[in-house]
Design a protein around this ligand. Structure first.
Ligand SMILES: Nc1nc2c(ncn2[C@@H]2O[C@H](COP(=O)(O)OP(=O)(O)OP(=O)(O)O)[C@@H](O)[C@H]2O)c(=O)[nH]1
Length: 361
C-alpha cells in the first residue's frame, strides 16, 4: 500500500502540510481516536499510539490546549515499532468545538478539532428540544464549522411537521436533514451531503442514534448499538471519540452523548441574529439587552414575533457564557484575549492583526 496515501486522504490539507514542513525532524499525523490520555494517530507510515510529551503537558494552559480527535499533530516517531510516540505539537486548528469543562467555572475543553460540519443530532421523540438546539447552535457557530441539524428516528416521530416548522424558525437557514434506521434511503441522502475530504462530527444526547447513523453510513455494523425497537428506547453507550473514513471519501467522528453542554465561548450574533437585530433597532441606545428586554425586543414579544422562551434562553445562555452586560465589541475582545492568551492577550493580538492587515493590503 502507498503509505503517503493514508494521511493525505484524511484531510491533511496544504495549510497543515506547510506548518509541518517547518519541523522536518517530526512526523505529522491525524488523531483518529482518543481514550483518556492515549491517542491513535495515522501518519504517512501507518498508525501509532501516542501520548503528549512532558513539555507539551507542561506548556498546556488548559484542557482545550490538549489534542483531541481530528487534530493534526507532530510526533517524534511515525509507527509503534519503537514504542509509544510522543506528541510534540498540535498544528493550528481550523475549527474547534469547545465547551465548558464539566464541574469547572471557566475551563474550556475541546470536543473535536478540524471539522467542516457539525451534525447536531436530535431524535424525534422526547429528546427534541428547541432550547437545547439553540444551545448547540451557539456552540457550533463559534467553532468555525457549519452546523446542520440531523433529526433521527422519523419512524417514531409525532407532530413531525410542527416540530420541523418550530426548528426552522429558530435555526434561521441552517440545513435540516432527517433519518430513520428503518429507511435506507435516508442514509443515501446523508452520504451525498458529506463531501469528499470533508470531516463531519455527530453531537447530541446519549441514545439519539448517533452510532446507528454511523453504522448506516458505513453500511456495516462498526459500532455496537442496541437492537432497533419501535419505541425508540434501548441503550449502548459510546465512551470514546472516533474518526471513521466513509466509503464516499468523507470522514465522520462519533462522540459520546453529551449530557451537559456548558457554554464557555459562544456565538450569539449568528444564533440569535433576530434578537441582536431587534436590539440594535431599539431607539434607546443605552438599553442593556443582555439583561433587560429593550423596547424593540419587548414589542416583538408582545406582538408574537419573538417567543418569550427564545428570549429567556438567549438571556440565560449569554449569562452562562459570561457575556452579560457586554456589547459585541467587548465579547470579541474577550475571545481574542482567550485566543492569544499564550502570547500575552489582547495587546499582542492587536499587533498580530495589524501585521496581518498589512500583509493583506
Ligand atoms: N426506532 C428507532 N430506533 C432507533 C433509530 N436509530 C437508533 N435507534 C435505537 O436507539 C437506541 C440508541 O441508539 P445509538 O445509536 O446507540 O445512540 P447513540 O446516540 O450512539 O447513543 P450514545 O452512544 O449513548 O451516545 C438503540 O436501541 C437504537 O437501535 C431509529 O431511526 N429509529
Amino acid at each position: 500500500m502507498n503509505k503517503t496515501y493514508i494521511l493525505n486522504h484524511l484531510g491533511f490539507k496544504e495549510s497543515f502540510e506547510e506548518q509541518a514542513k517547518a519541523h522536518p525532524n517530526l512526523y505529522p499525523g491525524r488523531i483518529i481516536e482518543q481514550a483518556r490520555d492515549k491517542y491513535r494517530v495515522v501518519t504517512h507510515f501507518g498508525e501509532t499510539i501516542a501520548e503528549v510529551s512532558g513539555k507539551f503537558r507542561y506548556e498546556a494552559l488548559e484542557a482545550a490546549d490538549f489534542p483531541s480527535v481530528g487534530d493534526f499533530v507532530l510526533l517524534d516517531r511515525p509507527t509503534e515499532d519503537a514504542g509509544t510516540a510522543q506528541i510534540q505539537q498540535c498544528l493550528t486548528r481550523q475549527s474547534a468545538l469547545i465547551r465548558k469543562a464539566a464541574g469547572t467555572t471557566h475551563e474550556r475543553q475541546i470536543i473535536v478539532a478540524n471539522v467542516d460540519k457539525v451534525f447536531i443530532c436530535m431524535s424525534l421523540n422526547e429528546d427534541f428540544n428547541l432550547r437545547r438546539a439553540e444551545r448547540y447552535l451557539a456552540l457550533v457557530w463559534d467553532s468555525g464549522a457549519v452546523p446542520t441539524f440531523v433529526l433521527t428516528k422519523t419512524d417514531i416521530a409525532q407532530d413531525l411537521e410542527k416540530k420541523l416548522e418550530d426548528l426552522q424558525q429558530i435555526s434561521l437557514g441552517v440545513d435540516i436533514l432527517m433519518t430513520s434506521a428503518y429507511d435506507e434511503d435516508s442514509y443515501l441522502s446523508l452520504r451525498e451531503y458529506i463531501k469528499q475530504e470533508e470531516t463531519v462530527v455527530l453531537v447530541g444526547s446519549s441514545g439519539v442514534g448517533k452510532s446507528t447513523l454511523i453504522n448506516g453510513l458505513l453500511a456495516k455494523q462498526k459500532l455496537k448499538t442496541n437492537g432497533l425497537r419501535h419505541d425508540g428506547k434501548g441503550r449502548h453507550t459510546t465512551t470514546q471519540r472516533q474518526l471513521f473514513k466513509l466509503p464516499s471519501g468523507g470522514m465522520i467522528i462519533d462522540t459520546p452523548g453529551l449530557r451537559e453542554v456548558g457554554l464557555e465561548q459562544a456565538n450569539f450574533s449568528e444564533t440569535f441574529s433576530d434578537i441582536v437585530e431587534l436590539a440594535s433597532c431599539c431607539k434607546f441606545s443605552d438599553c442593556s439587552h443582555g439583561n433587560e428586554p429593550g423596547y424593540a425586543v419587548q414589542e416583538a414579544i408582545e406582538q408574537g414575533q419573538l417567543s418569550q422562551e427564545r428570549f429567556s434562553n438567549y438571556q440565560k445562555l449569554i449569562k452562562e457564557a459570561g457575556y452579560d452586560g457586554m456589547n459585541a465589541k467587548e465579547i470579541e475582545r474577550r475571545k481574542l484575549d482567550t485566543m492569544f492568551k499564550e502570547v500575552g492577550g489582547m495587546k499582542n493580538a492587536r499587533k498580530f492583526l495589524k501585521k496581518k492587515d498589512k500583509r493583506v493590503y
